[in-house]
Design a binder for this molecule. Structure first.
Ligand code: APR
Length: 274
């Protein structure tokens, strides 16, 4: 059953998108865009939102060093829902929006999500600024399988054997140096410049050159959204956020469209193509 969409919100977003013209449309997505694909958010009101379980400490390199088995067990419990998920109508609508905008100007999508749903949907101009759940890497300084350029496909490693008997010996080890491999994601005690895959210079350029910033499914809780808000407000460009939550907009100058991404974005796409 298609969910009712607010015609005023559609008209408002279509007008803002058309005003970008030959300029640079930058979309920044967060966990909310993947909720309809069955992946819990971090801070949303969905029952499985994970930081509510006060697990922020587990998303750190410090925890991985202290307890690699615990760190891997937690991530595998989280990523089992991530790696099996499929793109939803919001992901597909952003692929269509990219194609539409590239006919007239620039488009960049920066995702905070480590799932693979944007690339699975066919997104091209995509930056995964927090890394990716389908890759792992070596933690050792200087190892070619580690930062700043190395990583390995998670699928190269048999995590089922580890889950069957969660012991250090069964964790994936680096084929080059033998260290226990880690998630290829940005942890809370790490920095955006630490790995080439986070494409931090490209993220900064997008923040400086955007003519419209469209935030989709984010609570504005970490550094990358701070950067975009600061730059966007400083340059006085249009800042729009799609989020069904009635939590107040984090700051003046940001216009929140209270809607679900998987409902509003496809409706906007139909108007743009029309
Ligand atoms: N459509 C749009 N937004 C939605 C939807 C939906 N269908 N459902 C929920 N949301 C909103 C929630 O209301 C919430 O404001 O998505 C937002 C998700 O916020 P978070 O869970 O905080 O996710 P995110 O903003 O991506 O977190 C940023 O924090 O934990 C770290 O590294 C992690 O990348 C993550 C970062």
């Amino acid at each position: 059953m298609s969910q009712a969409v607010d015609a005023g919100q559609v008209g408002h977003l279509v007008k803002a998108l058309r005003q970008v013209g030959e300029g640079h449309l930058v979309v920044i997505t967060g966990a909310g865009i993947s909720l309809a694909s069955g992946i819990a958010t971090f801070r949303g009101t969905d029952p499985d939102a994970i930081w509510q379980k006060d697990v922020t400490e587990l998303g750190t390199f410090r925890y991985f060093q202290h307890d690699p088995v615990g760190s891997w067990r937690w991530y595998l419990s989280r990523f089992s829902q991530v790696l099996g998920a499929q793109p939803n109508a919001a992901h597909r609508a952003l692929v269509d929006l990219e194609r539409w905008q590239l006919q007239r100007g620039r488009f960049t999508l920066i995702t905070q999500n480590v799932d693979t749903l944007h690339e699975d949907a066919g997104q091209q101009e995509l930056v995964k600024v927090h890394g990716s759940a389908n890759r792992i890497r070596c933690p050792r300084e200087g190892c070619a399988n580690g930062a700043p350029e190395g990583s390995l496909p998670r699928s190269d490693f048999d995590v089922e054997a580890f889950l069957a008997r969660p012991e250090t010996e069964r964790l994936p080890h680096c084929p080059l140096c033998g260290d226990i491999l880690r998630q290829h994601v940005l942890w809370f005690d790490e920095y955006y410049g630490e790995h080439r895959d986070y494409q931090w210079p490209r993220v900064q350029e997008a923040a400086w050159s955007a003519d419209l910033m469209l935030f989709v499914g984010t609570s504005f809780s970490v550094g990358v959204t701070d950067l975009f808000l600061r730059q966007g407000l400083g340059r006085g460009i249009a800042l729009l956020s799609i989020d069904p939550s009635d939590a107040a907009a984090p700051m003046a100058g940001l216009e929140v469209l209270n809607a679900k991404a998987e409902v509003l974005l496809p409706a906007v796409g139909r108007h743009l193509q029309g």
